[in-house]
Ligand binder design. Structure first.
Ligand code: GYE
Length: 363
């Protein structure tokens, strides 16, 4: 029996009981249904209940993502969105999913903080016959049937695009691989965004002989980005590239670089520290990219609300959504030197960042 059907039956039963109580109590057979019972019956028939376990509120990307979900699943469109903030803790997310199961929601949407450790709770949802849609980061499960489908970004591709851009940019400046002294401010360790972006950097560092000095977590936040950058500037005196796994970390890194009396910019040979980043959501970061303080941003699109809604519509209509849906994304730079990057014989254009491009972006 589907959850929706179970909920309908349970409300019908409570409506019937309420009707009996009203009928017995008043002795007036004209009004056999209470107002609240009638409301309940009405809302069950046309409201789709979504339990959304969001992983936290660490970045501008995350805020835009939460907003997109809230807009897509608004009450006036016939949805009830149960939004739970996991505050970066997998245990909190698991508790939220269990409570969604108990409440008999129609769909569970999960934005998982890390990749591993979801099998048991996903099995519980499966046994309760509630479809689970994974959004943004990925889950690593023993059996892919434990979730219905996933929509998000190819983080490994994002990482490789960034690195290929760096390789070409460095070559255009007459620099070779061993001239690049790189530090990586990583995202939340164990999240697919971190795993993919770090994997891209490690692969290309080995491939092009880059001096990858240190990789250290910045938890995707500005405060941690600033803190770890300040420390690394003390430890190493030759850093000339900072690979930030999101924009918020990049903002923190720039603050630390400036506080240390150094300059964030693209002129490595002239002593600048070149900043690379991911997302392109935070407006200050985008403006920094426009003026060259951040040399390149690999876009990561947060607007998953409408995509998840499409998936739910497909399921409602008895269809089968694609198991994996990758979002296509661009790469921004205000330097014209690199116009495209090639990865696995695919060519990806670099979007030249201008004010016009900024004005026409959706976020
Ligand atoms: O890049 C970062 C956020 O999982 C794609 O998480 C997301 C990442 C995003 O905190 O800013």
């Amino acid at each position: 029996m589907s959850n929706r059907f179970k909920r309908i039956i349970s409300v019908i039963l409570s409506v019937a009981v309420a009707a009996m109580i009203t009928a017995c109590g008043s002795g007036n057979n004209d009004h056999i249904m209470t107002d609240s019972a009638a409301d309940a019956a009405g809302s069950v028939s046309d409201t789709t209940v979504i339990g959304f376990s969001q992983l936290g509120a660490e970045s501008d990307w995350r805020s835009a993502n939460s907003e997109s979900m809230r807009e897509a699943f608004s009450a006036d469109k016939g949805y009830e969105l149960l939004f739970e903030d996991g505050q970066q803790k997998q245990s909190k997310q698991i508790t939220a999913i269990r409570s969604f199961i108990q409440q008999g929601v129609d769909y569970i949407v999960l934005a998982p903080v890390t990749q591993e450790g979801w099998d048991s709770v996903l099995l519980e949802a499966k046994e309760a016959e509630i479809p689970v849609i994974i959004v943004d980061r990925m889950v690593e499960t023993e059996d892919d049937d434990l979730f219905t489908c996933w929509v998000g970004s190819d983080f490994y591709l994002e990482g490789r695009k960034a690195c290929e851009w760096l390789h070409r940019y460095a070559a255009s400046q007459g620099l070779s691989g061993n001239d690049l002294h790189i530090v990586n401010i990583q995202g939340t360790i164990g999240s697919s965004a971190q795993i993919g972006r770090t994997a891209g950097l490690e692969e290309y560092s080995a491939k092009y002989g880059w001096d990858l000095r240190e990789e250290t977590p910045g938890d995707f936040t500005q405060a941690k980005g600033r803190e770890v950058m300040a420390q690394m500037l003390v430890t190493y005196n030759n850093i000339n590239v900072v690979y930030c796994e999101n924009d918020n970390e990049a903002l923190g890194a720039i603050e630390a670089i400036e506080a240390a009396g150094k300059h964030a910019g693209p002129d490595i040979a002239g002593g600048d520290i070149l900043i690379m980043s991911f997302d392109g959501v935070n407006q200050t970061a985008i403006n920094y990219c426009l003026e060259g303080t951040i040399a390149c941003i690999v876009e990561c699109n947060p607007l998953h609300g409408p995509r998840v809604e499409n998936i739910i519509q497909t399921l409602q209509n008895g269809g089968t959504p694609d198991k994996l849906e990758y979002v296509s994304e661009t790469l921004y730079s205000s330097y014209e030197t690199v116009r495209e990057v090639r990865i696995d014989s695919e060519t990806y254009p670099v979007t030249l960042l201008t004010q016009d491009v900024i004005d026409t972006r959706a976020y």
